[in-house]
Design a protein around this ligand. Structure first.
Ligand code: 4NP
Length: 163
């Protein structure tokens, strides 16, 4: 099994979107996910501001435009246990990554990556920008970047024979 954790700041905009998009993309390929399947997917935030909250309505509506329902997800904070439980811990931006580098034991640092590092044909784009304070357009950008990173990440897993 490969276990993937998507991480942003609040776990209500970017990382639940990434969780939903990646799940949708692998399910479309006929690969099921969950604790009894070959892929396990979750998301979390480096901050605990929104614990137990549903994804932001703007993220929910943006994902629904593409047929992806993330309404059932619930925010939680990244835990120390996550670094041993997951194989990939994918940060949406450099701030999330550097915060996790401080709390993640050194033996698990190799699991931490910027999610956009897997995106193909996105030269110069290294982060999924925080859309929280901005307008709805920012959520379309987030979706677009996540969609591309997720496709590239699936290729990476296929190349490593982890899918
Ligand atoms: P996210 O967006 O990290 O993509 O979930 C944010 C959500 C909430 C806040 C900041 C970013 N906040 O400051 O409450």
């Amino acid at each position: 099994m490969v276990k993937v954790l998507f991480v942003c700041l609040g776990n209500i905009c970017r990382s639940p979107t990434a969780e939903g998009v990646f799940r949708h993309q692998i399910n479309t390929k006929g690969i099921k996910d969950g604790s009894t399947h070959s892929v396990f997917i979750d998301s979390a935030g480096t901050a605990g501001f929104h614990i137990a909250a549903s994804p932001d309505k703007r993220s929910q509506l943006t994902a629904l435009k593409y047929g992806i329902d993330i309404g059932d997800l619930q925010a939680r904070k990244v835990s120390l246990q996550d670094y041993s439980d997951f194989d990939y811990v994918l940060a949406m931006d450099n701030e999330n990554l550097s915060n996790m580098r401080k709390s993640c034991p050194a033996k698990h640092h190799h699991k931490l990556h910027l999610f956009m590092s897997f995106a193909e044909n996105c030269p110069g784009i290294t982060e999924v920008p925080d859309p929280y304070q901005g307008g709805i357009d920012g959520f379309d950008t987030v979706y677009d970047f996540i969609n591309r990173a997720s496709q590239g990440f699936i290729k990476h897993l296929e190349n490593k024979q982890q899918l």
